[in-house]
Design a protein. Sequence first.
Length: 821
Amino acid sequence: MIPAPCDLGNSTESLKNSIINHVRFTLGAYVESASQNDWWVATCLAIRDRVMDHATKSRTIHRQSGVRRVHYLSLEYLMGRLLENNLRNSGLYDVTKQALSEMGKDLDELLESEPDMGLGNGGLGRLAACFMDSLSTVNLPAIGYGIHYEFGLFRQEFINGRQVEHPDAWMRDGSPWKIARPSYRQSIQLYGRVVQKFDDYGRPHYEWVETKQLLGLPWDIPIVGYDSHTVNVLRLWQAQADEDFNFQVFNEGSYVEALRDKAIAETVSKVLYPNDSTENGKELRLVQQYFFVACSLADIVRRFKVGYTLPWSEFPSKAAIQLNDTHPAVAIPELMRILVDLEGLEWEEAWDICQKTFSYTNHTLLPEALEMWSVSLFERVLPRHLQIIYEINQRFLEQDVEGKWPGDNEKKRSLSLIEERGGRYVRMANLSVLGSHATNGVAALHTRLLCERLFADFYALYPDRFLNLTNGITFRRWLDVCNPELSALITEAIGKDWKKDAALLRNLDPYADDPAFRARYAQIKRGHKAKLAEVIQAECGVTVSPDALFDVQIKRLHEYKRQHLNLLNIVTMYREILDNPDADFHPRVFIFGAKAAPGYFLAKNIIHAINAVAAKVNNDPRVGDKLKVVFLPNYRVSLAEKIIPAADLSEQISTAGKEASGTGNMKLALNGSLTIGTLDGANVEIEEEVGSENIFIFGLTVEEVTALKAKGYNPWDYYWANKKLRDTIDWISSDYFTGNAEEFLPLRRSLLDHGDPYLCLADYQPYVDAQAKVDAAYKDKDHWMKMAILNTARVGKFSSDRTILEYAEKVWHLPQVVVND
Ligand code: GPU
C-alpha cells in the first residue's frame, strides 16, 4: 500500500527538522560540525521540498485541464540568487529565519553565500528571469527553456584598472535548486546531409542522414511565484555525448580518442557567449542555438502526443512558443521539419501551424546585433533547415511580396530571408517576423521605430502582426527582496496588495507631502547608502560618505549606453573643483558597475579610463570629499540588489533611438532614484508616468539625431566650439591620469577622428547642464525626497506582471489557471 504523502509543515519546528535532516541524511554531516555551505544547501533543500509538491501539482493541473501553455525560449536567464526570492515569495522567510536562528545560524549570512546563477549577459537575460517570476505569480501555465551552461557570464576583476575575465564556475559544487530529469532526455541531430527519397506514390520527401547525435539532459528549476501555488519550471538542457557515440573506435582500442569526442560533445553547453547586443557568428553558438531549440521542441511535441490524441491542427491551441529575440529562431524551420519530414503534413498546413504557434520579441535596432548566419556555415551544420528556409523564402517572395509589389525587385531584396550583398547570409530577424503571428518591441518608442525603420516593409505587408509590449521588472525581487525596509514602509502606508497589483502604488502619491513619511523614506535610503558605502570600502578601498549624492550607472559597457559621456562630465567636474575650489557642489559619488564583452576593445579602454580617473580623483587632496568615483568590480544581479536601493540618481543616457527599452531605469526609479536621461527606450514612458518635474531629461531626440546625422555630424565642430569640452577631452588623452598619453587614445579617436558614432559631443553640454540642475535640486533634500517618493509611487506600470498579462492576452491567448493548495 502506498501511504498518503505527509505534510511537511511550515512551522518553525518542522523547518528545523527538515534542515537538520538534510544536514544529516542528504549531506552526511554532523550538525555540530556542518560547514556554512552545508547549512545553506540544507536550507535550500528544505525549501525546495516544500515547493516541489506545488510544481508537480501545477504540472498535473495544467495537463488535466488541457489549457494552452506558453513555452519561453531564451538563450539567457539571469536568475541571480534564488533562496531569498523563494523564501519571500513563498511566505517562508520569517519562519526560516527563526528556525535557523534557534539553531544558532544567521539567515543573512547564508543568503550572502549563495553564488549567482548568472546564465545571461544583461537586460535580455534578466527580463527572461523577471518574466518567469511573473508567470508563476499571475498563475499562467508556462515552461522556460534554455541552456544549462556549466560556466555563466565571466567573473570580472580589475588589474591596474583593466578588466580581466575569469571563468564563473557557479555550479562547481552542484546546485540545490536543480533537478535532473533523465527520463526526458532528448537525442538530436547535427551536420550530415539531406537525401531525397520517393514514396510508393512517387512523392518526394527528405531524409537527414549521416548526422552526428547529441543528447540533451534536462535540469528543472522550480519557479516560485509570489503568494500563488503555481510553480512553473525552468528547464535547462545539458549537452551530452551519445552513449555509444564512438563504439567503433572503442572496439579498435582507441579509448582515449573516443573520450575526446565525448568531451567535444559536452562543449556545446559549456559556456555562455559573453556578448551583449552584438552577434558573434561562431559555429559553436549556432550549434548551441539549435541544440536547445531541438531539445525543447522535441519535449513540447512529446507532451502534445502523450497528453492528447488530437490532430496536428490543434497543436497551436495547446502550445504557444515565444522567441526571446532571434537567438532561438531556428525553431521555425525545426518545427517545419518535424511537421513535414517526420509527421508527413502538407507544407501549407505545417506553415499555418508554425505561424500560429510562434511569436517573436525584438530587443534591438542596433545593426551589429541583428543575427545573420553565413549560408555556408548554416548549410554545413543544418543542411535540411537551410533547404526549408529557402522554400519558405521562395513561397513568400513569389506570393506575398509579388502580390503586394508586383515586379519590385528592391522590395524582394529587402524582405528576403537571404542577404545577398557582401556574401550570402540567413537573416534571422526576417525569418522570425515571417514565421510568427506576432512581433513585438519592448517599449513604445522602440516599437514605433521597428515599424518605421527596421521592419518598415514587413509592417506595410502585415501591419496587424506588430505590437508594443513595454518591458517590466518583478517588484518582488526589485523591491520586496532588495529593499525590505521600503517594502514594509509602503505596506504600512497602503496595505500589501501592491505586491500583486502594482498599480496600487499610486495610493502612495499623497504620502509624498507627508513630512513624517518623507523622513522615514529618507532614513531608509540613508541606511542603504551606509551599507553600500561599506561594500565600496571593502571592494574598492575608497571611503565615501553616505551624505553625498550617489550617482549610479549600472549596465553593460557599451558605446551606445555612453558611460564615456558620464566620464566626460566627471572630468569636467574635477577640473571645475580644481579651478574653483569654493564652488558650491554638493558632494557626489559616481558609482559604476559594468562588464565589457572580452573582445570589445573600446569598451575595455573606457573601463580603464574610468578607473584611471577614479584613482586620481579619489586620491587628490584638493578634491577631498567633494567628488569620488568608484567602479565596483564584477557587476551582477546580487550586486545590483545592493546598489539599487542606495542610489539617488539613475544614469540612463543612451543615444536616443539606441536603447530598446532598458529595465535598470525601472528598478532604480522604483527604489526612489531620480532619472537623468535621454528620451530613449522606456525613459519616455517613465517620464510620462512620473511627470516631467520628477525626472531630468536632456539631449537630442530620435528625430534630432536623425536630422543631425543626415546633415553631416562633425564632432570637431563641438570640440572647437566648447572650451570646457576641449579641455576635458585633451586632459583625458594627456599623460596626467596614467603617465602614458597613449593610453586613452582609442577613446579620443573614437570621439573625434572616428566621428563619435553615438554623439557624445553633441549631447555633452546639455548633459552637463542637466547635471547642474541635479546638483541644485539635491540641495533641497526635502523636495528631493518628495520627488523620490513620487517615482516609487508612479512606476507601477513597469511591473512585469502587467507586461506578462499583456502577452497572455494579446499574443498567447492564455487563461490564468489557479492552483489550489
Ligand atoms: N538586450 Br538584442 C540585451 O540585453 N541583449 C541583447 O542581446 C539584446 C538586447 C536588451 C536591450 O539592450 C535593452 O534595451 C532591453 O531593455 C533588454 O534587452 C530587454 O528587452
